[in-house]
Write a protein that binds this ligand. Structure first.
Ligand SMILES: [Zn+2]
Ligand SMILES: [Zn+2]
Ligand SMILES: [Zn+2]
Ligand SMILES: [Zn+2]
Ligand SMILES: [Zn+2]
Ligand SMILES: [Zn+2]
Ligand SMILES: [Zn+2]
Length: 240
């Protein structure tokens, strides 16, 4: 059993339905307890709060720093709200279930995100080794092992070869081993929020950026009618 200290330091916090109590540090050496926000272990060196009934735990530092909403981030065009949910939804970023019952949600688009997935750094955070980018559903890692450049991968945005030491991100999932993106391209790529931008080449509907399935049939560009390589990313209209 994880033990809790005295009742008087109980906090009612917006991250949980029930009051949270400080956890007695020494019990964290015997029990592996994971923070619902950062999903890292709560060790006895950091103060931890928890709910007895739900096995819901938070680092105190995560609890005090979590924003109630995310605005102007490079994940999704709308404002995302922090919410507690009675059931678990599938994360719109990584595709896994959100079992901690806390999430960031776009209520307009019914998009649910793990807190951890929503808070991953974006490309504009200096020196981030792992980022999320709207061009791809999975986190992207900065290439540190130069062997990753051996097959002369091409950047999905500019189609140029990715060469060391140009800072380049890649998706580390096995199924996505073709996804490479120059850091400079990640910064330059225009972000077209689906609800706002209506480019002149396609005035009827706004365009959103998509990652085309690898090895899918060659598609042609609706503006110039030329084909493009199927490992590239492209802007597409969801309504056509
Ligand atoms: Zn934490
Ligand atoms: Zn609870
Ligand atoms: Zn996720
Ligand atoms: Zn939205
Ligand atoms: Zn590039
Ligand atoms: Zn991927
Ligand atoms: Zn259209």
């Amino acid at each position: 059993m994880v033990e809790y200290s005295d009742e008087e330091h109980t906090i009612q916090h917006f991250t949980h339905f029930h009051p949270l109590k400080p956890v007695v540090d020494s019990t964290l050496q015997k029990h592996e307890v994971v923070c619902a926000i950062c999903e890292k272990l709560c060790s006895s060196s950091s103060s931890t709060y928890g709910c007895t009934e739900c096995k819901f735990f938070l680092h105190k530092s995560c609890m005090t720093s979590i924003p109630r909403q995310l605005i102007n981030h490079l994940i999704h065009p709308c404002t995302l709200l922090f919410l507690t949910t009675p059931r678990s939804y599938r994360c719109g970023k990584c595709g896994e279930d959100i079992i901690s019952r806390i999430e960031f949600r776009c209520q307009r688009c019914s998009i649910h995100l793990h807190v951890k997935c929503a808070l991953l750094p974006t490309v504009d955070s200096e020196d981030a080794k792992e980022i999320q980018h709207f061009s791809h559903p999975h986190p992207l890692a900065l290439i540190e092992n130069h062997k990753d450049f051996n097959n002369e991968p091409r950047c999905v945005a500019c189609v140029e070869t990715c060469l060391a030491p140009t800072p380049t991100f890649r998706c580390s999932r096995r199924s996505c081993n073709h996804f490479f993106l120059h850091k400079s391209c990640a910064l330059k790529l225009p972000y077209l929020p689906a609800h706002i931008v209506e480019p002149p080449s396609h005035p009827q509907h706004p365009l959103t950026i998509t990652s085309l399935p690898y090895n899918d049939e060659i598609r042609t560009c609706g503006a110039c009618n030329r084909g493009f390589d199927s490992c590239l990313i492209a802007y597409s209209c969801q309504e056509d």
